[in-house]
Design a protein around this ligand. Structure first.
Ligand code: KG4
Ligand code: ZN
Length: 335
């Protein structure tokens, strides 16, 4: 089979990334310039700071990707780019860069939804088998997505308030953990026990939606209340209790969705899919579904990166999905 190369850009939040993907599933380069150190002291991503960093980083990332993959512009078949959802000023940088390359080298421009990208991070493990269900858990989104066929995404459930990753980050702040806090809470959770029994919101409701703001508030109130009494709570137990609540709700709704939607595959993806407790739990729940194969995005590709945009972009390109030079950033893009 001839080799088909997609150049991909990702700049929706606090990672500038450029990747080159061969035949939709082989990473020739995946350069990621993170800005986390610049945002840490603010406890979250500052949009203006993010945009400026993307502008400073994007050309260097592009050059590094071409060098690392040892390809030239002439070797490329398409340019894929995240055009939403995300921070508008951040997205615009990737969109402008992708347009420039596509225009200068007369290449097709392929628009990619960031969340479809997260799902396709799993493609680097194995091909996706349709119909599939994706549990998509990130810093900005928590969704159950039904994929009837390639390039078809239907949200069947989503968070009504905070995303799971957002809750991790806010709770982490209370414990004095730097943004983004997910990884550190995950580590702490393994040293503690679920002694606080925080709420599992909407777990018994007859839908596939989530809510994490009540959990976040319960956590914050518990810590503040103890503070007032001059009591120091065990951080590992707090982390373990919080994580157990998040994992219980996600797993419960996923199982409910699998019962209603007979799919061939369950895909776990998004930044929070790197969570070890969640991965273990989903793996064990899937044992009850013999006909459903489990596909988890590799831990290293769960966070934002352009490789996943290249994988999703390849499928979109093959299906003839194109953008022209009027492509704009869409901060609130939905499936
Ligand atoms: O998908 P992502 O990289 O960015 C968005 O598109 O939002 O997700 C980032 C989120 C952050 O909230 C971060 O705390 C969380 O993923 N995260 C984790 C873990 N690693 C990253 N949450 C829980 N456990 C982890 N191991
Ligand atoms: Zn993301």
């Amino acid at each position: 089979k001839q080799r088909e190369l997609v150049l991909a850009f990702e700049s929706s939040c606090d990672e500038t990334s450029v990747a080159i993907i061969e035949n939709g599933h082989k990473i020739l380069a995946n350069i990621i310039a993170t800005q986390i150190n610049s945002h840490k002291r603010f406890g979250g991503v500052v949009p203006e700071v993010a945009s400026r960093h993307h502008i400073e980083q994007v050309v260097g990332c592009l050059e590094d990707a071409l060098n690392e993959a040892q390809v030239s512009y002439d070797d490329l078949n398409a340019v894929a780019v995240t055009y939403g959802p995300g921070l508008v000023g951040a997205l615009l940088v990737g969109v402008a860069a992708a347009k420039a390359v596509a225009f200068a080298h007369n290449l097709p421009l392929v628009p990619v939804n960031h969340m479809a990208g997260h799902i396709y991070a799993a493609r680097f493990v194995e091909p996706i088998i349709f119909p599939a269900l994706a549990l998509l858990v990130s810093g900005g989104h928590t969704e159950l997505v039904y994929l009837a066929k390639p390039n078809s995404y239907e949200i069947i459930g989503e968070t009504r308030d905070d995303a799971a990753g957002e809750a991790y980050d806010k709770v982490g702040r209370i414990l004095g953990i730097n943004y983004p806090a997910g990884k550190e809470i995950d580590r702490l959770a393994h040293q503690g026990q679920d002694t606080f029994n925080f709420p599992r919101a909407m777990i018994d409701e007859d839908n596939f939606d989530f809510s994490f703001s009540g959990l976040k508030s319960a956590f914050i109130n518990t810590v503040h209340h103890a503070d007032q009494l001059g009591k120091e709570l065990n951080h590992a137990d707090l982390a373990a209790s919080f994580q157990q609540s998040v994992v219980d709700v996600l797993a419960h709704k996923m199982v409910k969705a699998l019962r209603k939607y007979p799919v061939k595959q369950l895909i776990l993806a998004g930044g929070v899919a790197a969570n070890s407790g969640l991965r273990e739990r989903i793996k064990s729940e899937l044992q009850d579904f013999e006909d459903v194969s489990l596909l988890m995005a590799p831990v290293k590709l769960c966070g934002d990166n352009a490789a996943m945009i290249g994988a999703a972009g390849y499928i979109a390109w093959k299906a003839g999905i194109r953008a022209d030079m009027s492509l704009n950033a869409e901060p609130s893009l939905e499936f």
